[in-house]
Ligand binder design. Structure first.
Ligand SMILES: NC(=O)c1ccc[n+]([C@@H]2O[C@H](COP(=O)([O-])OP(=O)(O)OC[C@H]3O[C@@H](n4cnc5c(N)ncnc54)[C@H](O)[C@@H]3O)[C@@H](O)[C@H]2O)c1
Ligand SMILES: O=C(O)C[C@H](O)C(=O)O
Length: 359
């Protein structure tokens, strides 16, 4: 029986599939490789183009899978310095709307980021037990700088979601790179702190016997140790915590990452919960870009909420990116003390990131 819905010649259809099954040899350093490996010749649903840089990693893979499932995404670019082909082939078999394209190695980086609306960056090394996030600076700072240089050149209008640690420094690094290129729009560079909110909602739900989906706990400051500042006095629905519960929850939220690093015992840090959080955040960015009203999430952004140039707090996302940054609201004495500690550490991390690019 012949199909009436496909207009192309059968031979052309087969050729297209063959091109996908026998991708060009695009190992690193082979300059003869075509710029990209396209897993479907025809566009899918209308929607946004999203690139994931570091797509073959522990976060990158489940993040790619979840973004392929997002109905707001029409084209998904997967970039890494290793293993992109396997991940791209795998993800591309999912019968969802988004077209998936794989890009491997530095020579394909610019193609990977060209024309995209949102770039998500989980590229870089994760912690091992005993390390702080700042211990990752020496390797990840350079990775984030290189990736942002390509974005600044090829997709300066893109919204950039930075996951790579130490976020407190990598976001200032990204900002400096864009400033240098003359393309900095502070509304479009965002550090992803959503995992802290996801953890806070979960842990508060556990303590109070609530469904975590109904809990909304703002987490402000930054994304490392004491810079992670949950505002338990502002939890919705309003909760009355004992001092012991406040101490337990604050400590657990601030050390949630370390809890996972230790449990994984040298094999990495949070990947699955991070991919979940990253997709939740990217989806909010896409809904904002689409023009949805009232899209509010916590993120680490260029900010005037405190005297520091970057700070995480609730922001409203819209067509331009971060369209409004909300003040912290009333803090209790415990939170005010936490804020002072957070600001001290944050100031150093921000300066470290800025100096790395300006040196
Ligand atoms: N913001 C957060 O809340 C949060 C949460 C979890 C992890 N992280 C951070 O995310 C990062 C990634 O974690 P992971 O567990 O996925 O690590 P991973 O090692 O499993 O994956 C990292 C991926 O990045 C790739 N990569 C390395 N250099 C690259 C480059 N120059 N260009 C493109 N890709 C490159 C690697 O090949 C690898 O596939 C780490 O820095 C980690 O600390 C942040
Ligand atoms: O803890 C880490 O190193 C990874 C991440 O920042 C997290 O919070 O899980």
């Amino acid at each position: 029986m012949q199909s009436t819905s496909c207009s192309s010649e059968p031979n052309q259809r087969i050729a297209r599939i063959a091109a996908h099954l026998n991708p060009p040899n695009t190992q690193m350093g082979e300059s003869s490789a075509p710029a990209r490996w396209n897993c479907r010749a025809k566009g899918g649903s209308s929607g946004f183009k999203v690139a994931i840089l570091g797509a073959a990693g522990g976060i990158g893979q489940p993040l790619a899978m979840l973004m392929k499932m997002n109905p707001l995404v029409s084209v998904l670019h997967l970039y890494d310095v290793v293993n992109t082909h396997g991940v791209t082939a795998d993800i591309s078999h999912m019968d969802t709307g988004a077209v998936v394209r794989g890009f491997l190695g530095q020579q394909q980086l610019e193609d990977a980021v060209t024309g995209v609306d949102v770039v998500i960056i989980p590229a870089g090394v994760p912690r091992k037990p005993g390390m702080t996030r700042d211990d990752l600076f020496n390797i990840n700072a350079g990775i984030v700088k290189t990736l942002c240089e390509a974005i600044a050149k090829c997709s300066p209008q893109a919204m950039v979601n930075i996951i790579s640690n130490p976020v407190n420094s990598t976001v200032p690094i990204a900002a400096e790179v864009f400033k240098k290129a003359g393309t900095y729009d502070p509304r479009r560079v965002l550090g992803v702190t959503m995992l802290d909110v996801v953890r806070a909602n979960t842990f508060v739900g556990e303590v109070m016997g609530l469904d975590p989906r109904e809990v909304d706990c703002p987490v402000v400051g930054g994304h490392a140790g004491v810079t992670i500042l949950p505002l338990l006095s502002q939890v919705k629905p309003p909760c009355s915590f004992t001092q012991k519960e406040i101490g337990y929850l604050t400590d657990r939220i601030q050390n949630g990452g370390t809890e996972v690093v230790e449990a994984k015992a040298g094999t990495g840090s949070a990947t699955l919960s991070m991919a979940y959080a990253a997709v939740k955040f990217a989806d909010a960015c896409l809904r904002g870009l689409r023009g949805d009203a009232g899209v509010v999430e916590c993120a680490y952004v260029s900010s005037q909420v405190t005297e520091l140039p970057f700070f995480a707090s609730k922001v409203r996302l819209g067509r331009a990116g971060v369209e409004e940054i909300y003040p912290l609201g009333p803090l209790n004495e415990y939170e005010r003390a936490g804020l002072e500690k957070a600001k001290k550490e944050l100031a150093e991390s921000i300066q470290k990131g800025v100096s790395f690019v300006r040196k």
